[in-house]
Structure formats: C-alpha cells, structure tokens
Ligand binder design. Structure first.
Ligand code: GTP
Ligand code: MG
Length: 461
C-alpha cells in the first residue's frame, strides 16, 4: 500500500471535543489550507490571511461566502510548511465553543474544497512528512488517553523521542556490526579478532534490549490500563469490596446471595496504575435464567481480565468450589482476597490457602476498609517491573513485538557466532534485527500497520 496516498489534498476537522465550551478549534492542513481559510475569514486588520507570517495569530470574522453573513469572530493561527505539526501548511481557527458554530465553520471549509480528516490523519501526516517517528505518534495517543499521572509521565518521555532515540542507537550499532562482518568476509585473516569484538557488542545489545523488555508489563499497564476482576461465590463480599476499592457506594450490597447480576465496570487509579475494576455475579450453579447469564459473564470477565481477585469469606472458609476455581486460575495474576475479617471468625484455613496459591493472598474487610490499600499496592506491584519505576518503558504491544523480534534475531546471531556459522548467516539475522527496530520507529512500516495505529485516534488529532 502507498502510505503517501491522498497527501496532496487539504484536510479539515474540529480538533476540540464536541459540546459547549470556551473555544472550539477547526484545523486545516494541506497545500490549500491558507487559500481556503483566506476565503472564509476576513482579518480585522484588513490584510489578506495568506500574507500572515508563519506562527502568527490574528483576529478575524468568519463569513458565509454566499450570503456574506457573519458566522463568528475568530482568532486564526497560521503555521507554514514545514514548521507545523503536520509538516504542511496548517491553519487553526479558534471560534467560540459551541457545536453549531464549529460545525458551521467546518462546513464552510468543506464547501471551499477541504476534505474531512480521517481519525488521526493530522498525526499520520506528521509521521509521513518526517516530523515525528512512529513511536512518537503512538505516544501522542497515549498522552491523549492517559488516565494517571504515571501514565502521562511515561507517554511524555516517549513523545520526546526517548524510546525512538534508544532504538535508533541500537539500530546504528547493528549497522556497525554488519560493517565489521563485511570486513571479516572481505579480509578473512582478521576474522578471529573481529568475531570476539562482535560477540561483545551483541551481548551488550542483548542486555540492553532485555532490560527494556522487562519493563514492558509496566509500560503496557500504564498506557492501556489493567482490568482487575472480583470473582467468588455468592454473598462472600465482592460488591462490598468493589465499593471499598472505589471509595464510593457504587454496587448494590445485600445479604441475599445472587444480588449482583451483570458485570459492573468502573475506572480508577491505584498508586499510578490505571485500573478498570470489575464486580461480577457470585459463581454458583443456578436454574434462574438471569443469574445464570450473570455467572457466565462473570467467568468470561475473569478469564479476559489482567488480574483476578478471588474473594473468600472469612466467616465461611474455603470449600471445594473455591479450590476448583483457585486451581483453575493459578498461573494467572490471581490473588486470593480473604474478606469480612472484621468479624474475627478466621474460618479460612491459611495453611490450606498457602498450599494452593503460595503467598498470593491478602486479608481485608469491605466493611472497615482494613487491608484495602495493601491490596491496591499488591496489584500495583505486579506491574511495577524491575529496577527504577520511572525508567523508560515501551507503550504498545506493537513496540514490544518489534523489540522481542529484534532480541530473538540478536540471540540467534550470538548462537550462530558460537557455533561457527559463516558470517553471511550471522549478517542475515542482524539485518532482520535491524529491520524489527526500524519498524518500531517507523523507518520501515507497512500501510496496514499505519492504518491500524491511526484508526485508534480521534478525528482532529
Ligand atoms: N461485617 C462485614 N460484612 C460484610 C463484609 N463484606 C460484605 N459483608 C456483608 O455480606 C453480605 C454480602 O455482601 P456483598 O458485598 O453483597 O456480597 P457479594 O459477594 O457481592 O454477593 P453477590 O453479589 O450476591 O454474589 C452483605 O450483607 C454485606 O453487608 C465485610 O467485610 N464485613
Ligand atoms: Mg455482589
């Protein structure tokens, strides 16, 4: 697919959210951005919009061409190619923040030849025009969607290009290695000395990429959030705990087993970790149609979540059903949560519990909130990664995949080197490693990958 397809036209979209607000911004980008805006807007100072200096603002009136009617007052900001977000001519029209006014200004731009921008198309153009790398484009989306300060901080580092710069450095090292190998192929008498140098460099690269990949769970958790699902038998105290974890009375709590039916979902934040918390119907065999559907949904929710909190009632202890479910979810991020501990019944046999799930259990009370903060910290620590919690981490599954493929190829190259394979075989693995790294920054990327990435953006970004 031609990634430059459609780049020669001028696109327009409302860049601000729909609804009433202080200001709405209509953004145009492309070769005719100035000409189109110039025909829509009469500057108060009387000069032509096309004559405005790049990176300057002016007050003007947006006029309907046919009738000459005033649509709104506006402030117009012009940025000329290549010094703009997209690298093209860009005009931003700041009008008053109402749905009708912004839509009207946009429709004038369309009448004069602009085309509606697709999702993320401004950022896609910024990438295609070489203003930003692909990892930086992904970071733009991570910034917009970040739901905790820690997530914002990580995305900000990637937006500044820290990940891309590191990856490009590795790619450069691989290119150097390939040159060394080429030298060894051309001058076989130097081969032994070259090989030990190459070995050292490959080991260094392997360690560096491994260290960043170890932080992938943290990076992904921060950029995408983590689904944490409360499950357990009916009436054990899941919904009370759900409310305690959210610090608000969200779910209905009663002493009737089978109170919760549908899956409840709320977003929250635990020590910087963006969390989607799920409350579910109590797991049990039931002939009641609605409850049975709820139980089915509960199991699906648990299976699809990143963390399972299996709730046990300390006034009842562990039964065969609990053992079955706990066994089933071992090997996942599963924590047993013993609740109602405020009632001091101690019916849950901790020795038995530790046999099933080691030290992956906590004591809490949904009623008094005892242990609730520890539970949050324990879940947060599952994603904290190793080393410095603020160290740079990859932010998308795509980036992780590129790094994993590069690492596989580097490990293969080390293996080939140790087994005395010829240099061209080693070179092939290194070329594949460099290719995977170039995919991460977007130096080598397919149109399909671009479409997939940018379709997740909103229109106007
Ligand atoms: N003392 C005490 N009572 C609790 C605690 N947690 C829940 N309860 C009580 O236990 C009963 C059931 O609580 P829920 O939170 O509705 O239990 P559930 O697991 O969501 O129940 P279902 O939705 O029916 O599966 C209610 O009467 C709660 O008040 C707790 O930590 N301490
Ligand atoms: Mg409930």
């Amino acid at each position: 697919m031609d990634v430059n397809h459609g780049l020669m036209d001028t696109i327009a979209a409302i860049a601000t959210p729909v609804g009433t607000g202080g200001i709405a911004i209509v953004r145009l980008s492309g070769p005719d951005a100035f000409a189109i805006a110039g025909r829509m807007i009469k500057l108060r100072k009387g000069t032509a919009l096309e004559e405005m200096k790049s990176w300057s603002m002016a007050l003007g009136d947006v006029l309907e061409q046919a009738s000459g009617r005033l649509i709104d007052e506006c402030i117009v900001l012009v940025m000329k190619a290549c010094r703009s977000y997209t690298g093209e001519h860009v005009v931003e029209i700041q009008c008053h923040g109402g749905t009708v006014v912004a839509e009207k200004v946009l429709s004038l731009a369309f009448k004069l030849g602009a085309r509606p921008a697709g999702p993320g198309e401004f950022t896609k153009r910024a990438f295609i025009n070489g203003r930003i790398t692909l990892d930086e484009a992904e970071a733009v989306l991570d910034i917009v969607t970040s739901s905790s300060e820690a997530a914002l901080f990580q995305a900000g580092r990637r937006l500044k290009g820290e990940l891309g710069a590191m990856v490009s450095r590795w790619e450069g090292q691989i290119v150097d290695l390939l040159a060394l190998l080429q030298g060894a192929i051309d001058f076989p008498e130097t081969i032994e000395a070259e090989r030990s140098e190459i070995q050292g460099m490959l080991e260094g690269l392997k360690n560096d990429i491994t260290a960043v990949l170890e932080r992938a769970p943290l990076g992904l958790a921060l950029s995408q959030g983590v689904e944490v699902c409360l499950v357990g038998r009916p009436n054990v105290g899941k919904s009370s705990l759900f409310n305690a974890l959210l610090s608000r009375d969200r779910a209905i709590v009663t002493d009737v087993p089978g109170t919760t039916r549908d899956v409840l979902r709320e977003t929250t934040e635990w020590y910087g970790l963006p969390v989607v918390l799920l409350d579910t119907a109590g797991l049990r065999e039931t002939g009641e149609v609605v409850e049975a559907l709820g139980v089915e949904r509960a199991q699906t929710a648990a299976t699809e979540s990143n963390v399972i909190l299996y709730v046990l009632d300390d006034t009842q202890g562990i039964c065969a059903e609990d053992v079955k479910w706990l066994d089933k979810w071992q090997g996942r991020n599963c924590l047993a949560v013993v609740t109602k501990t405020d009632l001091n019944k101690s019916q849950v046999d901790i020795e038995q519990l530790e046999q099933i799930c080691g030290d992956s259990w906590v004591y809490v009370s949904g009623a008094t909130r005892f242990g609730v903060e520890d539970l949050k910290k324990k879940v947060q620590s599952m994603f904290a990664g190793v080393g410095d919690p603020e160290a740079l981490a990859p932010g998308s599954a795509r980036q992780v995949d590129c790094l994993e493929r590069a690492l596989d190829e580097i490990e293969a190259a080390i293996e080939y080197l140790n087994q005395g394979w010829t240099d061209d075989v080693i070179a092939l693995a290194l070329e594949a490693a460099a290719g995977a790294l170039m995919e991460l920054t977007g130096k080598q990327v397919s149109g399909e990958t671009l479409d997939r990435i940018f379709s997740r953006f909103c229109v106007g970004k």
